[in-house]
Design a protein around this ligand. Sequence first.
Ligand code: CA
Length: 226
Amino acid sequence: MTSILIIEDEPELVKILRAYLEESGFKVSSAYRGDTGLSNWENQRPDLVILDLHLPGMDGLDVAREIRRKTDTPIIMLTARVEEADRLVGLELGADDYIVKPFSPREVVARVRAVLRRSGQVSTSKTFLRAADLEVDLDSHMVTRMGQVIDLTPTEFNLLVALASQPGRAFTRLQLLDAIQDNAFEGYQRTIDAHIKNLRAKIELDPKKPRYIETVFGIGYRFIKG
Ligand code: CA
């Protein structure tokens, strides 16, 4: 599991970021002060650090310098002023990216993913998903079952990827809607049921007795584990 350390002194912000990042499958820890944040970093060696610029205890800039002195752990800086942003990234400090407050948590998740991808912290070879006897090629958007290609719509494909990339996890319909990032007019949770039905009809040997995608009563759906 990819771990992220948030060092930010606004508890409300930490709470929201944590919720979104955990929702996206990251392991999250946090600190409200620069100095404790740095020692947390020493102990935990997270895969990525989200670091506020202005912090009690120790300034975000100093925290970033300390981290940089020892490792190239990706750092995303949070700043309230766009004018500050330029000097945060690049040679002077070596932060990998910055985000100007206020921001949408969703944007932060996207940036985290992008920075991890760029830095190679997340195995970029994970373009191939093997789940049960299904094979999903994320690059070519091709799904095969025992060598047979299964044609899926983009929505069905995204739905399958979301479910199959975290086997055993139950997703709410709302989370799945988020995963397929579809148009607003499709924004009804029941739409998911229709897509799942179509998806099952295509990937399941017997759609009435689904082996891959289980219904989780009262929650949503889950890709089978193991
Ligand atoms: Ca602050």
